[in-house]
Design a protein around this ligand. Structure first.
Ligand SMILES: [Zn+2]
Length: 88
């Protein structure tokens, strides 16, 4: 009964199709990864309170444009202010 369910699972068939097409979509995926001018992937930067961000600009906003060092300064200030608040 378990085996039947696996064979007839439409999701399993879709997964097989995706595997065959993987090389074709790889370049598109990489463009998506480095969107909005970021040179590092989302999740390359982490803060225990603010969560995931981009290491290239320390932005925690997934949909933000990369502002480089200007954004880094803002984030460092924000993190410093957070530390002060926590350690009061
Ligand atoms: Zn960036």
């Amino acid at each position: 009964m378990m085996k039947m369910a696996t064979v007839n699972n439409p999701a399993a068939r879709v997964r097989n199709y995706d595997t065959k097409g993987l090389l074709g979509v790889k370049s598109k995926y990489e463009e998506d990864t480095y969107k909005n001018g970021h040179t590092q992937v989302w999740g390359s930067y982490w803060h225990p309170h603010f969560g995931w961000g981009y290491r290239c600009c320390y932005s925690f906003d997934h949909s933000s444009k990369c502002l480089g060092d200007a954004q880094k300064k803002q984030t460092i200030k924000r993190e410093y202010e957070y530390e002060l608040e926590v350690n009061k």
